[in-house]
Design a binder for this molecule. Structure first.
Ligand SMILES: Cc1ncc(COP(=O)(O)O)c(C=O)c1O
Length: 489
């Protein structure tokens, strides 16, 4: 399996290995994102064979499909995957399925060490990085991550204390939850360097992308990424879609609709890969008032507005959803010319109207999109608690908002829609409610979601409070400051 950029020229051949892509700056030289030359397709028989696989079993299959045996042998994969997920609540059943209605489920993807869905992919990704670093002892990596809240803690937890690897972690000051901030600040490892920035996560993405796109600098300084520009992370996220499908489909071949709380579209990009592999999943994106993905999907308006609004679901408050590029590429069957033209225009002007070929592709891949405001998030948290005595985080609530509307519409349509009733709906629960306790407490009087790990962490911080090592002040030259931080490591 070889890789190239979403913006490759039609004459270009894919030449990079999985390891090359893993250790490259997230973006390719031409500004695009890495994708495999083709997505492996599975037939119905294979889907049936996969039906009873465990989560680990699915990860092994994925790694085999997307890497060459010459770089990762079957034994390597076996070793890597068997030692993974040890710090999850239940290492053998890392995703918990919660059934709300006969045909409605919540897939709890947050049962890992930092209580966010990112733990699922980063747990394996860090093992892969370690594997390559051990194999080539001279190899070094400086990972640069800008987080909107959950990638930061999960990335720090997964790579803490790894040799020959440093993590420079940028988070937007006052725009992440207290818990998320503490999860980063209390990470006690010499290779983690936390940087607070006075801006939004989109603002932080700007200098990060500048450093990645300065190819000579990025290569000389061994820059790498754990954000979802990183192909390794996106491909490992396919495991939870496959797991959900195999667990919930009424029978192999029947569709399952998966509702995805969406920000930068890395998670949904993994869903589109799974669709392309042949799993009959329908994808719905729920977004916050920062609705660029919904506007792009609904009418081709791929344009950034002036201000990122702070919503109750901060990890989804994104205006530049970089993985839409991968989604359009995959859904259009690899139309790199159309993708390059659209993305060039988007990057130059902050806006573009998607051409029909990409808009149609986006609509084929994503069945529906819905923008959910704060009041609707609160209503969904309340309704879910009243109906099922079940608490969801504000991000997950955006997906439940869609599901509640859907349930109402189908019951209005009545029983003549038997076909539709058979449809299974699954909401991806992307973070634990305890991470957003303030929001939950204001929505649900008397309910205080807690978590043992978080309580320990708060106590640790109270006994030894620590600010971020570095701060990027508004108006300063962040690009130069980041270069200095990296040089000082
Ligand atoms: C809790 C939570 N939900 C949803 C998302 C959105 O995921 P993506 O950016 O891959 O669309 C994130 C990403 O940061 C998240 O942390």
């Amino acid at each position: 399996m070889k890789y190239y950029s979403t913006r490759h020229l039609s004459t270009e051949k894919a030449s990079l290995s999985f390891g090359d892509v893993l250790f490259s700056p997230g973006y390719s030289k031409d500004g695009g994102l890495y994708v495999p030359e083709e997505i492996p397709k599975l037939g119905n028989e294979e889907l049936v064979e996969w039906k009873d696989l465990s989560y680990r079993g699915i990860v092994k299959k994925i790694l085999r499909l997307y890497t060459s045996p010459s770089e990762l042998t079957d034994d390597d994969i076996e070793d890597l995957v068997s030692s993974s997920f040890q710090d999850f609540e239940n290492p053998d059943e890392v995703v918990n399925m919660q059934q709300l209605e006969p045909n409605v489920f919540v897939a709890e993807l947050f049962r890992g060490p930092t209580l966010a869905f990112k733990d699922l992919s980063l747990n394996i990704l860090s093992k892969l990085l370690e594997f390559y670093l051990k194999k080539e002892k001279e190899r070094r990596l400086t990972i640069l991550v800008a987080t909107s809240g959950d990638t930061g803690p999960a990335a720090a937890h997964s790579v803490a204390n790894l040799k020959n690897l440093d993590l420079v972690l940028l988070y937007p000051l006052n725009r992440v939850s207290n818990v998320q901030e503490l999860q980063m600040l209390t990470m006690d490892a010499p290779n983690i360097h936390v940087v607070a920035g006075e801006g939004t996560s989109d603002d932080l993405d700007v200098p990060v992308k500048e450093l990645f796109c300065d190819t000579d600098y990025a290569v000389a300084n061994h820059l790498g990424s754990l954000n979802s520009i990183q192909w390794g992370r996106v491909v490992l996220q396919t495991a939870h879609y496959i797991y959900v499908y195999l667990k919930c489909c009424s029978r192999i071949g029947r569709p399952v609709t998966i509702v995805v709380p969406t920000g930068a579209a890395g998670n949904v990009a993994a869903g589109v890969i799974v669709q392309t592999m042949g799993f009959p999943i329908k994808l719905v994106c729920s977004v916050t008032v920062n609705d660029i993905v919904a506007r792009a999907h609904q009418n081709g308006d791929f344009s950034i507005v002036d201000v990122v609004q702070a919503s109750l679901a901060p990890a989804m408050d994104i205006q530049a959803p970089y993985n839409v590029e991968r989604v359009m590429y995959l859904a259009s069957g690899g139309d790199s010319d159309a993708v390059r033209q659209a993305m060039d225009q988007f990057e130059k002007c902050g806006r573009t109207i998607l051409p029909a070929v990409l808009l149609d592709a986006l609509r084929r891949a994503i069945s529906e999109s819905v923008a959910v405001n704060d009041q609707q998030i609160t209503d969904a948290i309340q309704k879910c608690y009243q109906r099922y005595h079940y608490v969801v985080c504000p991000h997950t609530a955006t997906a439940l908002h869609y599901v509640f509307n859907r349930i109402t519409t189908s019951s209005r349509k009545g029983s003549e829609k038997a076909e539709e009733e058979e449809e299974v709906l699954v909401c991806l629960a992307t973070a634990a409610p305890a991470k957003f306790a303030d929001t939950i407490q204001s929505a649900l009087v008397g309910v205080n979601p807690t978590n043992r790990r978080l309580e320990q962490m708060k106590m640790l911080h109270e006994s030894n409070p620590r600010p971020a090592k570095h701060t990027l002040r508004r108006g300063d030259d962040w690009n130069a400051q980041l270069r200095q931080i990296i040089a000082d490591i």
